[in-house]
Design a protein around this ligand. Structure first.
Ligand SMILES: Cc1cc2nc3c(=O)[nH]c(=O)nc-3n(C[C@H](O)[C@H](O)[C@H](O)COP(=O)(O)OP(=O)(O)OC[C@H]3O[C@@H](n4cnc5c(N)ncnc54)[C@H](O)[C@@H]3O)c2cc1C
Length: 423
């Protein structure tokens, strides 16, 4: 089968539209929202919600395969699935605009991704429909706790079934929840969101006891207790959430309603990451591309144009550095595209997904740092966004599995070791 490097039309169209959004709505506000942490970019949220609704959906969830057009023969024409490839491109484009503001994009985020991976068809229909409604709506996913980050099987949040009322009673403290505030706190301008909380139904069973629960916004006993002050992506709200005797209906446990303790629940949590890690990698690529393009622009303004055709030894050091960064960035993007192509084609992609995340974590950190370095004082000054991109880039290597943890996942996949064998 020939390899096709040309992006399909829906992808190039999305890139074109989102470039305008990034240039007109995001870049002009980038510095403001960086300096006014925890202010909500309402104009952007409302604009993006209406725009996404006009385009046929108000979240970035992957669309079903096939374009539905009829062939002359009367059968429906199928095109190769590009749902995750399209999302990766959209996230890259928006993150080129501003990765913090991208995190304020309404839709389900990681919360919807968890419902997508772990929910039954009925749960998907029930919980995901709200993202197409009138008001912009958010969802978030809470796994991390103090003492349970990389090793999330150590979570202490407990869900106990109250057999009298047939409700789950959840107690625990979650930290670093992206979009936790907009998903849970009731704001007049937002629809009712939810958080997906990972809790243990049987602590003695370790990973096998882990299950995910949809906790609706405004549930009594659940509170956003803190908003983090951060190095980068400062426009994104990162919340600590406490749950004290929070009651959720029995059917809000994601997956099969029969409560068994086996590792299926934990595997579903990990399946969420197989889908989302390359998407995180795509956001990092967007930030690094922004920095690299800015560097080239500044170099050109100062009379330095990269002479691509020359042998390496005839290039200046700066030219070599720029070309090396372009190679790193392009190869990272190819890894992202491979991982999302596999997701679209329902091929197991745990290896490729973690590889793309490792690579993007390294490359985006290196490129943004190098850009600051080459720009000298201009790179360090708040007059330009280079120093912000440097701060924004680091998170690519931290959330959804740190670089070290994703390297372990890659090694386990290649060597055939289990989590117990290699940790
Ligand atoms: C801005 C932000 C947003 C986030 N959003 C979310 C969210 O929406 N939902 C959510 O649930 N979580 C979220 N997180 C949490 C994030 O996923 C964790 O911070 C991450 O998984 C690391 O866990 P930890 O912070 O407990 O670090 P630790 O696990 O304590 O790790 C500390 C260091 O030790 C290294 N390390 C740990 N174990 C090993 C090992 N076995 N081998 C080698 N090195 C190791 C790590 O790589 C890291 O460098 C977010 C975090 C941040 C900063």
């Amino acid at each position: 089968m020939p390899i096709e490097f040309e992006a399909p039309k829906p992808i190039t169209q999305a890139q074109f539209v989102l470039k305008t959004v990034a240039e007109e709505m995001m870049r002009p506000k980038s510095r403001y929202f960086d300096e006014h942490e925890h202010e909500i970019p309402w104009d952007y949220i409302e604009f993006m919600h209406s725009a996404m609704k006009a385009m046929g959906g108000s979240s970035l969830a992957p669309k079903e395969n096939g374009n539905g057009k009829e062939k002359e023969s009367g059968e429906k024409e199928k095109r190769p699935p590009i749902g995750y490839q399209l999302i990766a491109t959209q996230l890259e484009s928006l993150s080129w605009g501003d990765v913090g503001m991208y995190h304020c994009l309404p839709g389900g985020g990681l919360g919807a991704a968890a419902v997508h991976s772990a929910g039954t068809p009925e749960q998907k229909a029930k919980f995901l429909a709200r993202f197409n409604e009138e008001k912009p709506t958010f969802a978030a996913m809470c796994i991390t706790e103090a003492g349970a980050g990389s090793d999330n099987s150590a979570i202490r949040t407990r869900a106990v079934l109250d057999e009298k009322t047939n409700e789950w009673v959840i107690n625990g403290e979650k930290i670093f929840v992206t979009g936790g505030d907009k998903s849970f706190t009731e704001y007049e301008k937002l629809g009712k969101g939810f958080i997906v909380v990972w809790a243990s139904i049987d602590p003695s069973a370790g990973r096998a006891g882990m299950r995910a629960f949809v906790v609706e916004g405004g549930t009594p006993g659940v509170k956003v207790t803190k908003l983090e002050h951060k190095l980068g992506i400062r426009c994104s709200d990162t919340a600590a959430i406490s749950l004290v005797d929070a009651r959720v209906p029995f059917e809000n446990i994601l997956g099969s309603p029969t409560v068994e303790t086996n590792t299926a629940g934990f595997k579903k949590a990990m399946a969420t990451f197989d889908a989302t890690r390359p998407l995180v990698a795509a956001t990092g690529v967007g930030v690094a591309r922004a920095a690299l393009e800015f560097l080239k622009e500044k170099l050109e303004e100062n009379g330095v144009k990269i002479r691509y055709g020359l042998p390496r030894q005839k290039l200046t050091n700066v030219e070599r550095e720029v070309i090396d960064m372009e190679v790193m960035l392009k190869s990272t993007w190819l890894m992202v595209i491979k991982a999302v192509w596999m997701a679209d084609n329902k091929k197991p992609n745990a290896l490729e997904s973690s590889m793309s995340k490792v690579k993007a974590g390294d490359v985006t950190t290196k490129i943004t740092q190098k850009v600051v370095e080459i720009l000298g004082p201009l790179g360090y000054s708040r007059e330009f966004l280079a120093e912000k991109w440097f701060r924004d880039a680091k998170i690519t290597d931290i959330y959804e599995g740190t670089g070290q943890i994703n390297r372990l996942v890659v090694a386990r996949q290649i060597l055939g070791y289990s989590g117990k064998d290699l940790r």
